[in-house]
Every structure is written in structure tokens, then in C-alpha cells.
Design a protein around this ligand. Structure first.
Ligand SMILES: [Zn+2]
Length: 481
């Protein structure tokens, strides 16, 4: 898995893909096949017809490559988080290795790809078999000192068949513990620049003289991309991501220079990829036969990738799909805060719990539950990057007076407060609280008072798994009495 990177010594040198064919008229073929993905979100542990989604995707891309050598395969970022629990158990390593099984020519880093912090990001980029782009991130390991050599490339250049293609990469801002975008560096060292148009414009001016096609591999979102298209002349194709839209066809957009650009985006969760022939005309670039291809049980499988994913799971998460408990009935979303409260009381002995009711990703199905199936309800989004999940659980000692004051300041939203009744002003209570609430109580309270110190307990999934095992050992279901 740790094969040495196979990047050329000069990262900006033209990489040659396929071969340039000349037609009977002596003119070089001015087309190539573009395949693109985005927001894969670590869905390698999800099986489609018994095979990993990553194996299906790799199989489909390989089948396309078998039909023509002139293929460029690009990924729009967010390969990490919200997919496999193996990622959590391996602090990101399982996803890094799974990503390396996929046959990309380049990828832009997404906001979720910073989740595991600086060392893992640097490892991801330096060990990558394909370049990782981000023109608007500077690596500044020591605050106030000049930037170090950047691990990310601002752009790469290819000759795909006869077509000269330049690909630049941009990434959106990071998220804070409110799960909202915020200014500031990723994990304190990857300084983010939000002057997307200025940066893109500078790169287009540099790249245009030697490019037939300029592609922006953006992890910005569809709307920011369409704004960028209107402000920056010269970008032919925007491979959008982050907003996870399933665009059946390229969205045409009038560019600042009066020509047409195209926005494409291929959904999320390793469900689909985009596929279209890029044609370089005398005046403009266009798509032919574009379609969004959904992965199905009929999609070809890459057996090597299937084996690779199985090996990653065996190494980092051998009990990923072992039943640990059963649910007596389906536990709907509305009952999940109560489940976290019960787990918190059972495992940490707290008197009360304050959490958001809006951070669960789906009901728990009736029947056997596994670490992976429970993780799919209690996904982790490590925000800010390099820290625990914004839904992680903490605990501390609150006085009755503090809790009463908080109760009087609730300003709505999906807050769930589980508190003893009645509250005695002078009494002390052990209270479990989510990270978003401890760091940003203003999300749910008007002018909240300073909160007491709290210490880290774990992620929601950690606590629920402990609780599930305890209940199963006692012969109980997850949800019953
Ligand atoms: Zn994103």
C-alpha cells in the first residue's frame, strides 16, 4: 500500500496520456474522453451486489479506458469521511489506502480530506500516485514564517491524445465546530485563500498560451463555480463538487469573454461518474455524448480493487460487519437523541445531556446492527479539521443555577435538553454535552453565560458502541427496556 509515489520529477511537466492520432485529412484528432467523480466520501465499505463501490467504480473506469486510450480521469475531492468506519478506526489511513486503489490522473483536495490533520494530509499527498491539486492553499508550518514548499500543486498539464489540457484546482474554506464554513487555515497550517477568481485568472493567463482546454477541478460548489465562470474568462470546463449535485447534463454558462463554459458534477457517495467526449473546436470547447453513469449491480468490478478493499478492512476493521447488538424495532431519527442520552447515562453516569437533534444521518434499522451500520447513523465530521467531530461528546459539572439559566435562554432550533427535574440551584450535576454546544452555545442559546470546563468523552459512535455491547452482553436489545 505504501508504494513510492510515481510522480514525475518536474510536477509541472506535461504528462502524456494515450496517443495522438491523425485523421485521413492529416488533421490531429481534437477530442478526448473525460471521466470525473466527486464526493466519494469513503464509500468503499458499502457493497453493491456484494462488491465494494470502489471496485465497481474502478471497474467502470477501466472498461472506459479499454475502449480508448485517450482518457483523462479526474476527481473533485472529499474522498474522506461519512463512509467507512474503518477510516475512523485507522485515523484516516484506511481511506487514504482505498483512494490509492482508484485510477485517477489527478484529484483536488476537498474540505473533508483535511479531516485527520496535518500529518495525515501530508502523508496522503506525498504518498499519492496521482497529483493532488489546490492552488489556493499555502502550507505554513510555523506561523509568521514564510510558506514551505507546497505539497499541493496549483495545476497540472496533460497531452491527452493530441489535446493539450491544463487542470487547475481550488478548494472551499474549512468548517468550524458549528458545522458552518469559517475563515482560517485548515488545521492551523494549511492557509486558505478565498480569492478564487483572482487565483484562477492568474493561472488561466499563465496556462492559456499552451493549452487547448482549461479545466477547473473545483471543490467549491456549483453556485460558486457558476459565479467563477462569469468572472474568469478562459476556463472551458468546471468539474464541480462539494454540493453533491447529480447533473445529468453539463450546465452551460456564458463566460466573461462571451464564450461558453460548462459545469459538470457527478453526485456523491460513489454513486455515479460523469462521462463525456471533450471536443476542441476552432472557437470553443464542447461536450459530445455527455452522460451521468450510475453504478449498478451490472457495473463491471475491478477484482484487484475488490481484494484491496477487503485487505484494508481486514487490516484496520476486522469486526466492521460483525453483529454486536440487535434493534427490536426500527429506531427513528426522532428517538436517536434519547438513545445517545441513555448511552451517556449508562456509560458515563451523567445526570443530563445537551445535544443537537439534527446530527443523525438515518434511522437504525430493526434487526442486527454492526459497527459499520451504526456508524452510518452516527457519522463523524471532524470540524474544525484535525480535531474531533462537531458532534463529539464531552462532559463537565454544571450547577443547577447554570442549567436553569441556560433553560431560560433557549432560542429554539433543534436542541435536545435532557435534564433532571426539578433542578436544585445549589446542586452540582454531571452533564454530557456535544462539542458544537460547548464551543458555540450561541447556536442554541441567547447570550449564553460562560459554560463550565468539559472534558472529551468520545465520538457519539464510540459511546453508542460501548452501550450496545453492554446491552447485548446482558441479553438486551439496543432499544428495549
Ligand atoms: Zn466538500
Amino acid at each position: 500500500m505504501d508504494a513510492a509515489p510515481r510522480l514525475p520529477p518536474d510536477p509541472f511537466a506535461e504528462r502524456v496520456i494515450g496517443r495522438c492520432l491523425v485523421g485521413k485529412d492529416g488533421a490531429p484528432d481534437s477530442r478526448f474522453l473525460l471521466l470525473h467523480t466527486n464526493d466519494l466520501q469513503a464509500r468503499y465499505s458499502e457493497r453493491l451486489g456484494g462488491k465494494s463501490r470502489f471496485a465497481r467504480l474502478a471497474g467502470a473506469l477501466a472498461a472506459e479506458r479499454a475502449t480508448t486510450p485517450n482518457v483523462l480521469v479526474l476527481d473533485g475531492g472529499d474522498a474522506y469521511e461519512k463512509g467507512s468506519f474503518a477510516e475512523t478506526l485507522s485515523s484516516g489511513e484506511a481511506t487514504r489506502e482505498a483512494l490509492q486503489l482508484l485510477p485517477f490522473d489527478a484529484r483536488v483536495i476537498g474540505n473533508h480530506d483535511f479531516a485527520w490533520g496535518r500529518e495525515q494530509v501530508l502523508r496522503d499527498v506525498s504518498q499519492s500516485r496521482f497529483p493532488v491539486l489546490a492552488a489556493n492553499i499555502q502550507y505554513v508550518p510555523v506561523e509568521g514564517k514564510p510558506a514551505s514548499e507546497n505539497p499541493f500543486l496549483p495545476y497540472v498539464r496533460y497531452r491527452v491524445g493530441c489535446v493539450k489540457v491544463a487542470v487547475l484546482g481550488l478548494v472551499t474554506a474549512g468548517f468550524d465546530a458549528r458545522d458552518e464554513q469559517a475563515k482560517g487555515p485548515y488545521d492551523t497550517v494549511f492557509v486558505h485563500d478565498d480569492r478564487y477568481a483572482t487565483i484562477a485568472k492568474g493561472l488561466v493567463e499563465k496556462l492559456r498560451p499552451d493549452a487547448d482546454v482549461i479545466i477547473a477541478l473545483d471543490h467549491l460548489g456549483l453556485f460558486p463555480d457558476s459565479q467563477l465562470a462569469q468572472r474568469v474568462p478562459g476556463i472551458d470546463i468546471f468539474i464541480s463538487s462539494h454540493t453533491e449535485e447529480f447533473l445529468e447534463n453539463p450546465n452551460p454558462v456564458w463566460r466573461a469573454d462571451g464564450r461558453m463554459g460548462y459545469l459538470v458534477e457527478a453526485g456523491h457517495w460513489t454513486r455515479a461518474f460523469g462521462r463525456g467526449t471533450v471536443v476542441v473546436g476552432p472557437k470553443s470547447v464542447s461536450f459530445e455524448n455527455y452522460k451521468l453513469v450510475r453504478l449498478t449491480e451490472q457495473t463491471p468490478v475491478d477484482d484487484e480493487v475488490e481484494k484491496g478493499v477487503a485487505a484494508i478492512e481486514a487490516k484496520y476493521a476486522p469486526k466492521l460487519n460483525e453483529t454486536i447488538v440487535s434493534a427490536g424495532k426500527t429506531i427513528p431519527l426522532i428517538d436517536l437523541p434519547g438513545l445517545v442520552r441513555d448511552a451517556f447515562r449508562s456509560e458515563e453516569g451523567v445526570d443530563g445531556v445537551l445535544i443537537g437533534g439534527d446530527t443523525f444521518f438515518g434511522p437504525i434499522a430493526k434487526g442486527p446492527a454492526t459497527p459499520q451500520s451504526l456508524f452510518e447513523t452516527f457519522f463523524i465530521q471532524r470540524e474544525p479539521a484535525g480535531t474531533s467531530g462537531f458532534t463529539s461528546l464531552w462532559k463537565g459539572t454544571f450547577t443547577g443555577a447554570q442549567l436553569l439559566e441556560l433553560k431560560s435562554r433557549v432560542r429554539g432550533g433543534n436542541l435536545r435538553m435532557f435534564l433532571p427535574s426539578p433542578l436544585v440551584k445549589d446542586a452540582n450535576y454531571s452533564i454530557g454535552i456535544s462539542k458544537r454546544l460547548r464551543e458555540h452555545p450561541d447556536v442554541f442559546f441567547n447570550a449564553p453565560p460562560p459554560l463550565p470546563a468539559t472534558s472529551f468523552v468520545g465520538e457519539q459512535i464510540d459511546l453508542v458502541l460501548r452501550y450496545a455491547k453492554r446491552r447485548a452482553a446482558a441479553g438486551k436489545t439496543l432499544d428495549g427496556p
